[in-house]
Design a protein around this ligand. Structure first.
Ligand code: ZN
Length: 267
């Protein structure tokens, strides 16, 4: 997919925006918030408990990573694992892997999507939730076979030359789309598959909520040195609810860091 590059100054501005967005997400996490110490002090200092007029907040601890999260629950190497990590250092094994349980989720799309069954179900649930919030999402490009990736790569090689092609297009066998667990998402506008999607309500909705459905943004802005991929605000990856929740609340931005794998800046 072609990804417009953004200038250095713009990148700085977008990074600042991303930080603000992240802060906004953190403050909108679900569940009641724990009472502040100041509020507690007021409650405990009330001399006449019989005339208390403020409801007592219920303390909760839902905004932290799950202590029981098992980081070894799934393989990072097996292509059939929902945690398989594919990057420039980690091709699919074998490179011609084909998922055995591809299905077509019934969602708005531009190209008929195929995803592994578990990811497809989670995608449908996520699209339904987005719709409820007034956001219509589109699947733009989900599963791509080794053969499809080969033809895209070869076509770009002819049109763009080797350096640009390697920068913009995953080599066959190195594309996360081949796992059947990735989908490029958009909102049906001219910013589909473009960096400007990041500022759209659909991207902001995904940024705030996708983790609840097991999907994470795979190539965030500012992490190219780790992922090897320029920012792609449209590319989402299914890793299951437990890992997505853990990643969300721990603040870790890439699968490489989350699973303690080495950075993958290049082939
Ligand atoms: Zn993609």
């Amino acid at each position: 997919m072609l990804r417009p590059r953004i200038g250095h100054a713009l990148r700085g501005a977008v990074v600042a925006g991303a930080v603000l967005l992240l802060a906004a997400c953190s403050s909108s996490q679900p569940g009641p918030t724990a009472p502040s110490s100041a509020a507690q002090a007021v409650v405990t200092a009330t001399p006449t408990p019989t005339v208390a007029v403020t409801p007592t907040p219920t303390p909760t601890a839902t905004s932290t990573p799950t202590p029981t999260f098992d980081a070894t629950a799934h393989s990072l190497d097996d292509p059939t694992s929902i945690w398989v990590v594919v990057d420039k250092q980690r091709p699919l094994q074998p490179k011609t892997y084909v998922p055995s349980d591809l299905v077509t989720p019934a969602v708005p799309h531009t190209n008929v999507p195929q995803l592994r069954r578990v990811a497809a179900a989670a995608l449908v649930t996520m699209f339904t939730a987005a719709k409820r919030d007034g956001v219509t999402l589109y699947s733009l490009s989900a599963y791509r076979s080794y053969a499809t990736q080969t033809s895209i790569f070869d076509r770009n090689l002819q049109r763009l030359g080797r350096a640009t092609t390697l920068d913009l297009t995953a080599k066959p066998g190195y594309s996360e789309h081949q796992t059947g667990l990735a989908d490029d998402l958009g909102d049906g506008t001219s910013c589909d598959l473009a960096v400007c999607f990041e500022s759209h309500p659909a991207a902001k909705w995904l940024s705030a909520h996708s983790w609840r459905y097991g999907w994470v943004l795979r190539y965030p802005l500012g992490y190219t040195r780790i992922t090897g991929i320029q920012t792609e605000p449209w590319h989402f990856r299914y890793i299951g609810k437990a890992a997505a929740k853990q990643m969300h609340f721990s603040g870790v931005q890439t699968l490489e860091e989350f699973f303690h794998l080495p950075p993958s800046p290049d082939y």
